[in-house]
Design a protein around this ligand. Structure first.
Ligand SMILES: [Cu+2]
Length: 67
């Protein structure tokens, strides 16, 4: 369980607006949707979180949307 403190998605059109923001609750999964349909291209996700034992964690992953 951890608390997500930052969750950002960037793509070919720049930062991606998301429906929802990290809250203060501890989660073992974090769900968020883009506000709009994603255009084709490569995207980067970066997140930061605070683990329940108190240390910061961060990572990221990439994905692509096919035309
Ligand atoms: Cu730890």
């Amino acid at each position: 369980m951890m608390r997500i403190t930052q969750f950002e998605v960037a793509g070919p059109d720049g930062p991606v607006p998301l429906d929802g923001q990290p809250g203060s609750e501890q989660v073992d999964r974090y769900f968020v949707k883009p506000s709009d349909t994603l255009s084709a291209g490569d995207y980067q996700v970066r997140w930061r979180g605070l683990s329940d034992d108190g240390h910061m964690m961060s990572d990221g992953f990439n994905f692509s949307v096919e035309p």
